[in-house]
Write a protein that binds this ligand. Structure first.
Ligand code: FAD
Length: 407
């Protein structure tokens, strides 16, 4: 296909505005675009997302951390209360399903699909380009100080140095700043840091979501108002209620979300990743795509190893799926006019319940740094110092928690 080139500040008459292109339109990309859009600085943001339609939910339930709720509120995106379910108790069951210990704890939960939809609705359609896959990215220079020349002052749109994105359809875009928000398997990160690889943590998470009415009243009662756990000798399983598919938090319309961490040998894990259509995935098999033999083994293990209420919950769920748990961290997040954020840079284990909040915090901090400095290079340096440290700390915390839970 012939290559077409565009220069994001040469043809729109807004040369003084900072042009930002974001590769990846999920949580990290959306939070960043919205934070930049609200910054006290003239910024034009465009998102380029590989998927061609609405993104499939890759999570299910998520812990609604204050960073997320405050952002929704401050940006008038949603009333946090309308999007969240809450619990007042954390409880641990024994193998027979009796409550072994419990304590008071207030938690808020939401759903990945609901949050994604609300953030997506807040970004104008004309700035969100579906079906655009970045195949190569260049920040022009490998150290930020190499490009932080006088001509890169934000006030002139940073025209001295540019980032270049090449898309699969042959188009090339030059822009002031390119943000990589492509998730844990980011191709752009691989291009920039070929030696950085996800590190398998030794276990997977079986997951699922089911309407709360799909389980019996006695099973449902066990999960009402609680964040419920079972820690077996080799398993950790947890469940909580999340809003329904239409975001309803009314009793009877919510969904039960569960996650079951299960140690699996490296070789055996690879076998699980081939789906019902014979397609082999690197890290997860999407909902409804587990092979029949994998489903059968899962149900047998649930019966053998989990308390009855969790076994019932797993059985009641139609579209179970599996995700590999891995750690990932980069030695640096900025490459000239390119920066990596969210899961592209650091993937912490889900025990931290902070992946989405971290992606949000990365985007908010980037907007703040660009606002606080009149030079892109020094803004990125400041941003890298704080967010790099936060990312590394979270990955270490996730490892520590995983080692503790999964022995
Ligand atoms: C088992 C499990 C449980 C979790 N539980 C929680 C939880 O309770 N709370 C929480 O906050 N987080 C949780 N997370 C983490 C959370 O889902 C992620 O941290 C969050 O979605 C990261 O957002 P992101 O935008 O960085 O990456 P992603 O959500 O992975 O999005 C990357 C996007 O980039 C697009 N893309 C990729 N490559 C390209 C390309 N070349 N060109 C254009 N687009 C591209 C993809 O299509 C995708 O839309 C959990 C994760 C797992 C695995």
């Amino acid at each position: 296909m012939a290559e077409t080139e565009s220069d994001s500040d040469s043809d729109d008459g807004h040369g003084d505005r900072l042009k930002v292109a974001i590769s990846g339109g999920s949580m990290g990309g959306l939070f960043t675009a919205l934070a930049l859009d609200d910054a006290d600085r003239a910024v034009d943001v465009e998102i380029f997302e590989r998927s061609t339609g609405e993104l499939r939910s890759r999570g299910a339930g998520i812990v609604a951390q204050p960073t997320i709720l405050d952002f929704l509120d401050a940006h008038d995106i949603a009333n946090p209360e309308e999007l969240t379910t809450t619990t007042t108790t954390r409880q641990y069951l024994d193998r027979e399903g009796a409550v072994e210990r419990a304590y008071e704890e207030s938690m808020a939960f939401t759903s990945w699909d609901g949050l994604y939809r609300r953030l997506g609705d807040a970004v104008p359609d004309e700035n969100y380009h579906l079906g655009r896959t970045t195949i190569s990215i260049d920040g022009k220079g490998t150290r930020t100080d190499e490009v932080d020349t006088e001509s890169s002052r934000l006030t002139n749109g940073g025209r001295g140095e540019r980032a270049t994105l090449r898309f699969e359809n042959g188009e090339i875009l030059r822009t002031d700043l390119a943000v990589v928000a492509e998730g844990g398997q980011s191709g752009s990160r691989e291009e920039l840091l070929p030696d950085v690889k996800p590190e398998y943590a030794g276990y997977v998470a079986w997951r699922g979501v089911t309407p709360e009415g799909s389980v019996s009243a006695s099973v449902h009662e066990q999960f009402e108002d609680t964040f419920t756990f079972y820690e077996g000798s080799e398993d950790l399983v947890l469940a909580y209620l999340i809003p329904g598919p239409d975001d309803s938090t009314a009793a009877g319309e919510r969904r039960l979300n569960w996650v079951w961490y299960d140690p699996i040998e490296r070789g055996e894990r690879r076998g699980l990743m081939t789906d019902i259509d014979g397609r082999t995935h690197d890290f997860s098999v999407p909902p409804g795509k587990l092979r029949a033999d994998v489903e059968e083994a899962l149900l047998a293990a649930a019966e053998e190893r989990l308390p009855g209420v969790f076994d019932d919950l797993v059985r009641a769920t139609d579209d179970r799926f599996v995700q590999t748990i891995y750690d990932l961290e980069v030695p640096r997040t900025t490459f000239g006019r390119v920066c990596l954020l969210g899961d592209s840079a650091f993937v912490a284990r889900p025990h931290t319940a902070a992946g989405t909040a971290k992606a949000a915090a990365d985007g908010i901090a980037l907007a703040d740094a660009l606002e606080a400095s009149d030079r892109i290079g020094s803004a990125l340096d400041d941003w890298e110092r704080t967010r790099g440290k936060a990312g590394r700390r979270l990955v270490a915390e996730g490892r520590r928690m995983g080692e503790n839970y999964m022995h």
